[in-house]
Each structure stands twice: as structure tokens, then as C-alpha cells.
Write a protein that binds this ligand. Structure first.
Ligand SMILES: Cc1cc2nc3c(=O)[nH]c(=O)nc-3n(C[C@H](O)[C@H](O)[C@H](O)COP(=O)(O)OP(=O)(O)OC[C@H]3O[C@@H](n4cnc5c(N)ncnc54)[C@H](O)[C@@H]3O)c2cc1C
Length: 395
């Protein structure tokens, strides 16, 4: 549906079913799935679609490579999303008429020296004890799979099920699918405030920076690291989200796509191939507030490690240096579900895993939008777990 003109915008329209604040991978996935369930949906994005943290992300789909036994619920969620990816992409490609940038490439975890090899052996034991499919490879076997790896590597683990996707291609496909399905996408629409109804038949109102009010029966906050900044939400319902900075670079091999075919993970970073000669090299993890500067030291360290591991990397052309902000919560887990205010939902805090978790987040949240009981899987990610902390930290 096209955006309305200025005169009509100042009037309060009939309520839509779902207003989604934020047009990143999470907001778009939720909106598309909600539209598929028959809801009228509007996405309100203050900048460009997919222009937030999603634009910067590498796009690894790596619950197994990133498994942490102290985060069992997150691992379950990640595995569920990984399993749903193939059908999600198949439906998305059909619905949008576009490729989604999904690469079933697998992942290699690589050790460069004895210390890293010992650490990798412990990682293997941990994953095996969790029943995760990981295969130990001798250096020669790893180099057989990826001849671009340095002859000096000591050991590798093959995670055949962890893949990758290009987040920019993915958000373009999600936006296309949503538009084709009749959802409304409004860019340049900054949400300033929510006027929350106190129940009954009244809808909530989403107030834009220019003063326009949009009436919606359900509001989904999917504004990534900026989710906590929207005004009008009572403190006891506010989800604490903090920015975790990541510096990252994009490169291209003029010789073509042969240098690497799998995601390569090393002690302090990773290289993600796009399958066409482009690579993403990342990333730092820094607690520096909303700073998105790129520093010489970070670029140096990323390149030094990558070139040591894959000597041919030194021939690549640097196309982009950037820094993004991962939306982190106090327990590093996402927040998915209805708040204590009826009709107000959160889909945020996806930290390092928002691209991976987009399909499962959309599935769980849209189930709740449709009035289904939250599943057991969703229970660990309910917004209510922060209610106490938010109220205590209120001034
Ligand atoms: C360096 C780096 C590498 C990463 N690599 C990976 C990876 O390999 N795999 C993975 O799964 N994840 C990765 N991530 C994490 C991933 O990027 C995030 O978890 C994910 O993008 C979060 O998506 P989102 O939609 O919640 O947020 P965003 O993409 O930030 O979208 C939020 C949107 O809300 C909009 N917005 C904010 N406030 C308002 C407002 N008031 N009104 C209207 N619109 C508003 C913003 O403009 C933005 O477009 C990485 C992150 C970084 C920084």
C-alpha cells in the first residue's frame, strides 16, 4: 500500500493489525511472516531498509561453531533457526522472486599453533559431548579442502552444517517479499514515541518524529540497538539493550572465487566467502557505546591474522571498512515475545546472531501475534525476564 499524503497523515487512520518499528533483518522477517498469516502490516524504518546493524553483519549461520555450553537455551534456538533456514530461503526466494544470498558452504575452525590446536581439541570435546556434528581434520586434510590455507596450520575442525548468507541480499529479498504480499514499507519514518492504550478495544498509537500518529492493534519493537530509546514505554517494560561494537571489512579477489569456499574461523576472527570472489573479514568485539569509527589498529590486526592463515588474502582489494553495533542484552540472549502491556511485543537483542536467528524469531513472534501460547522454546526469551532489572535501574 502506498504511503499516504501529508493531509491524511495528520488524521488518525483505522488501526492496522501490526506496526513493526525497525526495518532490519528482524523487523522485516517478522513483518513478512505476519503478512503471510493475514495481518495488515506496516514497517516503520527511519533510514533505509536493512541499513542498521544488519548491513554490517558478516552473515554466518553458526550455532555449532559458536556453541557455548553455558548458553544452552541460545544454542537450542540457534539450532532450530539453522534447521529452518533452507525452507525459509526457499519460500522467500519464491515469494520475492529474488535470490537471498544463501551459501551452503560449511565452516572450518582452524588452529595456527600448538596452543590454538590444544584449545581447538577442547572445543571438539565440548561439542561432541553436546552431540553436535563436528569432525576433526589433520592439517593436510584441511588443506585438501581449502588449498588457500597456509602450510603452517596445525589442526582444523569441520562444521559441515554451519553456513552463511549475505545479509544485504537477504534484507532486499525480505523487503521484496513483504511488498509483493501487500505489506507497507515506510522508510524515512522515525518513531519518536508510543502512546500505549490501557487495554480494551483501544489500539496503541505510534508517533512519528513529524507528529503523525499511526494506530495499531499490535506494535513490535525491532529497532535493534536503538530499541530502548523509544519514548513512552514504562520503565518496568523496557528491555535493556547495549551496543557491542564490531569492526569488519569487505574485500574482493580480482582473480575470482577460488581462494576459499568455506567460512574460516580462527582464534580472533573469521573470513566469510560470498561465493563470487567477495569476502568479509571480521570482527572486533568492543564495548564503546554508540561509537562506529574504524581504527587502524583493528584493521591491522584483522588483516595480519587473515594473511597469516590464508597468504593469498594479501592480494585482495579492500572494498569497504565499517563498524556496526550488535544489540546486546544483559544475558546476551534475544528478547522475543509480548511485554507486560497487551499488544506490545519485543523482537530485539539478537547480539552476534541476528542473521542466524531471524527465521526462528519471526516464527515464534508471529505465533504470539496470532494468539498462540508461547512455545517452550520461546519461554527462555520472554521480555518479562528483565522487568525487575529495568524497574530497579529507573531513576
Ligand atoms: C560486525 C558485526 C558482525 C556480525 N556478524 C553476524 C553474523 O555473522 N551472523 C549473525 O547472525 N549476526 C551477526 N551480527 C549481528 C547482527 O548484525 C544483528 O544481530 C542483527 O543485524 C540485528 O538485526 P535487527 O533487525 O535487530 O537490528 P538492525 O539491523 O540494526 O535494524 C534495526 C533498524 O531499526 C531502525 N530504527 C532504530 N530506531 C528507530 C526508530 N526510532 N524509528 C524507526 N526505525 C528505527 C534502524 O534504522 C535499523 O534499520 C553481526 C553484527 C556486527 C556488528
Amino acid at each position: 500500500m502506498p504511503a499516504q499524503g501529508g493531509f491524511l497523515r495528520n488524521r488518525i487512520q483505522a488501526p492496522i493489525d501490526v506496526a513493526v518499528i525497525g526495518g532490519g533483518v528482524i523487523g522485516l522477517a517478522v513483518a513478512w511472516r505476519a503478512r503471510q498469516r493475514g495481518f495488515t502490516v506496516t514497517v516503520l524504518e527511519r533510514g533505509e531498509l536493512g541499513g542498521g546493524s544488519t548491513r554490517v553483519a558478516a552473515g554466518m549461520l553458526a550455532p555449532i561453531a559458536e556453541a557455548d555450553p553455558s548458553e544452552a537455551a541460545l544454542l537450542e534456538l540457534g539450532l532450530a533457526s539453522l534447521r529452518s533456514y533452507p525452507s525459509f530461503i526457499e519460500q522467500l526466494t519464491r515469494a520475492s522472486g529474488r535470490e537471498a544470498g544463501y551459501l551452503r558452504c560449511g565452516t572450518l575452525l582452524v588452529a595456527r599453533d600448538r596452543d590454538e590446536a590444544e584449545s581447538l581439541s577442547r572445543e571438539l570435546e565440548m561439542r561432541t559431548s553436546l552431540g553436535l556434528p563436528v569432525q576433526r581434520l589433520r592439517a593436510s586434510e584441511a588443506r585438501g579442502l581449502e588449498p588457500g590455507l597456509a602450510p603452517t596450520i596445525r589442526l582444523a575442525l569441520l562444521v559441515a552444517d554451519d553456513h552463511a548468507i549475505d545479509p544485504r541480499t537477504l534484507t532486499a529479498a525480505l523487503g521484496g517479499a513483504l511488498a509483493r504480499a501487500g505489506g507497507e514499507l515506510r522508510t524515512g519514518a522515525e518513531v519518536r514515541e508510543l502512546e500505549l492504550s490501557d487495554g480494551g478495544e483501544d489500539a496503541h498509537r505510534v508517533v512519528l518524529a513529524g507528529g503523525e500518529r499511526i494506530s495499531a492493534r499490535r506494535v513490535v519493537i525491532a529497532a535493534g540497538v536503538w530499541s530502548a530509546e523509544i519514548e513512552g514505554i514504562p520503565d518496568h517494560c523496557r528491555v535493556p539493550v547495549r551496543p557491542v561494537k564490531g569492526q569488519i571489512m569487505r574485500l574482493r579477489d580480482p582473480a575470482g572465487p577460488a581462494l576459499l569456499t568455506r567460512v574460516i574461523r580462527m582464534a580472533a576472527g573469521y573470513i566469510v566467502p560470498r561465493g563470487d570472489g567477495r569476502y568479509v573479514l571480521g570482527a572486533t568485539m568492543e564495548e564503546r557505546g554508540f561509537d562506529t569509527t574504524v581504527t587502524a589498529g583493528a584493521v591491522f590486526e584483522l588483516l595480519r591474522d587473515a594473511i597469516e592463515l590464508v597468504p593469498g588474502f594479501s592480494e585482495l582489494v579492500i572494498e569497504e571498512l565499517s563498524a556496526g553495533l550488535r544489540p546486546g542484552t544483559p544475558d546476551n540472549c534475544p528478547v522475543i515475545g509480548e511485554s507486560e502491556i497487551s499488544g506490545l511485543y519485543w523482537a530485539t537483542g539478537h547480539h552476534r546472531n541476528g542473521i542466524l536467528l531471524a527465521p526462528i524469531t519471526a516464527e515464534l513472534l508471529v505465533g504470539e501475534l496470532a494468539g498462540e501460547q508461547p512455545s517452550e522454546l520461546a519461554a527462555g526469551f520472554a521480555p518479562g525476564r528483565f522487568a525487575h532489572a529495568a524497574a530497579e535501574s529507573a531513576p
